[in-house]
Design a protein around this ligand. Structure first.
Ligand SMILES: CC(C)(COP(=O)(O)OP(=O)(O)OC[C@H]1O[C@@H](n2cnc3c(N)ncnc32)[C@H](O)[C@@H]1OP(=O)(O)O)[C@@H](O)C(=O)NCCC(=O)NCCS
Length: 322
């Protein structure tokens, strides 16, 4: 695959929601949250700011670093579970905001694996010669679909966006995407779609918020992340020793540590930002990637491996040379 990542950018809303803040909202303690999840605080988008707004700023930052102007953008792909609305796609709203007239634009639905799925979709479209560049964005405002009365889930999530620019060149080394639809009900937002359209009853029952079987997702996540990275490295003819930085989905520090231990990758080669950001779904990986690049932790020429898991159930790994 002849596709490289030529720029990366991210954006986090300013407002911080800390664990002590959550203590005032639900029956929890800062210690429980930190010990069981690794999260200290998360960012929350203000009212009126939607996923496309976060996505647009992240995209602009990535474009600036790649040195590409809006008029030259050919494809925009957004991974999100919190689109501004059911349709049009958030990617179309980003295209309008960027004034990237002429770019094709669509969203990818793979829950928290959306960024990695979107990356490989766009990379394939460039590799095939269909497009000369693409912006791939992971953006979510999970605060909008969080049940703020459910202590089992509301402590986990945050808002943010990250983006990369893809262009022809040497970079993406290989991937491994997968799904297991039998686990569809382990993690979902039940109402608001064609199966259960919005009614007074669905709103009263808070069925437009995230429902999750935490233990089931936990076990699945550790296994899926480890297996998917092993498969991807195998396909690339690489081993764990070739990996300079593992960039996992940020859902729970204990999941990240267990997966890294299975892989035999020491934690000093694992990007972790969950303490400051919580789980931002599709945005977690590109935000962590941007932070690793800006801090100098991932340097040009280094090998990075991103690995995601999420609702679907889905998982996805992509290996690349930065
Ligand atoms: C959600 C998660 C943090 C729960 O941690 P856990 O160690 O499995 O905790 P359990 O669900 O076993 O709950 C243990 C107890 O803590 C309680 N608890 C749950 N949330 C709590 C909170 N915020 N504060 C205090 N207590 C809490 C539970 O009610 C339970 O109490 P009980 O034993 O009296 O019933 C963990 O399962 C997890 O991270 N799962 C994966 C979630 C995920 O990755 N989601 C996104 C995927 S993209």
């Amino acid at each position: 695959m002849n596709v490289r990542l030529s720029g990366v950018g991210s954006y986090l809303p300013e407002r911080v929601l800390s664990n002590p803040d959550l203590e005032k909202m639900v029956d929890t303690t800062s210690e429980w949250i930190l010990e069981r999840t690794g999260i200290r605080e998360r960012r929350i988008a203000p009212d009126g700011v939607a996923t496309s707004d976060l996505a647009t700023i992240a995209a602009q930052r990535a474009m600036e670093r790649a040195g590409i102007s809006a008029g030259d953008v050919e494809l925009i792909v957004v991974g999100t579970v919190t689109p501004d609305m059911m349709f049009p796609s958030t990617a179309c709203l980003v295209q309008r905001n960027l004034q990237a007239t002429g770019a094709a634009a669509f969203d990818v639905g793979a829950a928290c694996s959306g960024f990695v799925y979107g990356l490989m979709t766009a990379a394939s479209m460039i590799s095939s010669g269909l497009y000369r560049n693409a912006i791939v964005i992971g953006a979510d405002t999970l605060s909008r679909i969080t049940d703020w009365t459910d202590r089992g889930t509301c402590v986990l999530f945050g808002d943010g966006a990250g983006a990369v620019v893809l262009e022809p060149g040497e970079g993406i080394l290989g991937s491994c995407l997968g799904a297991d639809g039998k686990g569809w009900d382990a993690l979902m937002q039940p109402a608001g779609g064609s199966l259960m359209p919005a009614t007074h009853e669905t709103v009263d029952k808070r069925l437009h918020t995230i429902k999750m079987n935490g233990n089931q997702v936990f076990k699945f996540a550790v296994r899926a992340m480890a297996n998917s990275v092993i498969e991807c490295l195998d396909r690339c003819g690489m081993t764990r020793d070739d990996v300079n930085l593992l960039i996992p989905h940020q859902a729970n520090t204990r999941i990240i540590e267990a997966a890294a231990a299975r892989l035999g990758i020491p934690l000093d080669r694992v990007a972790v930002n969950i303490d400051k950001c919580g789980n931002m779904s599709s945005a977690s990986i590109p935000v962590a990637l941007d932070q690793a690049v800006q801090s100098g932790r991932l340097k040009r020429g280094d090998v990075g491996v991103m690995v995601a898991f999420g609702g679907g159930l889905t998982w996805g790994t992509a290996a690349f040379r930065w």
